[in-house]
Design a protein around this ligand. Structure first.
Ligand SMILES: C[S@@+](CC[C@H](N)C(=O)[O-])C[C@H]1O[C@@H](n2cnc3c(N)ncnc32)[C@H](O)[C@@H]1O
Length: 206
């Protein structure tokens, strides 16, 4: 799998640029590594993903590789993709043995399929709103039949916010059916709150 050359200078989104402006990446990375090294890093997303026993996972919007690295520690075959090469450099530094791909999720062609595409960490909130349907399309194109798409994101209330109705529509347009929806990664029931973890399965027609 190779990096997407067109991705080299593409901005992720306005929302992501704002986050980057307010964040010292070295400090952010050190804080996470300190927790990790002390065995205090919460692994709710990895526990949730592992509970489905996926043989392979595409960590879509992997950032510094927090979740992918934990999955690799659990002997899961994982590939990380992100459009922000600065964050990917931290991932490469932490775990050089994992394959890290610099690409836009909305246009990626990785040349292989996975048992699961996972998008923890608000990827659907930080991507460009116009890319959301394409990100669901490429997730389908990178899944084996019956494969799972797992996404956790904030349900916000502004004009560009992604609603669960809209997300489910993007998913059903690309032959996914909703199989589970939770309020947290440790499976608190979803009752219409401000965060949701959704699991969709790709039907064979995908
Ligand atoms: C809040 S971070 C979460 C990182 C990681 N998933 C985690 O949970 O630690 C959101 C990530 O989504 C990535 N992202 C957003 N839109 C993307 C796109 N179109 N293609 C690739 N990555 C994207 C950003 O670059 C950023 O690294």
């Amino acid at each position: 799998m190779t990096a997407d050359d067109d991705a080299a200078s593409e901005p992720v989104s306005e929302r992501w640029s704002q986050w980057r402006e307010g964040t010292d990446l070295e400090e952010y990375y050190s804080r996470w590594r300190r927790l990790q090294d002390a065995g205090q890093s919460p692994h709710g997303e990895a526990d949730f993903i592992e509970s489905f026993h996926p043989t392979s996972v595409l960590d879509a919007g992997c950032g510094m590789g927090r979740v992918a690295i934990e999955l690799a520690h659990r002997a899961i075959d994982v590939v990380g993709v992100d459009l922000d090469d600065d964050l990917l450099n931290f991932a490469r530094r932490s775990q050089p043995s994992i394959e890290w791909v610099h690409a836009n999720l909305a246009t990626m062609h990785l040349g292989r399929r996975f048992a699961m595409v996972a998008m923890p960490g608000n990827v659907m909130v930080f991507c460009r709103p116009s890319d959301r349907p394409e990100i669901v399309r490429t997730a389908a194109a990178h899944l084996e039949p019956g494969g799972l798409l797992v996404a956790g994101f904030d349900i916000e209330r502004h004009h560009d916010a992604l609603t669960l109705v809209a997300y489910d529509e993007h998913c059903s347009s690309h032959h996914f059916e909703l199989v589970e929806r939770w309020a947290t990664w440790d499976r608190e029931p979803y009752r219409g709150g401000a965060y949701a973890v959704s699991v969709h399965r790709l039907l064979n027609a995908g």
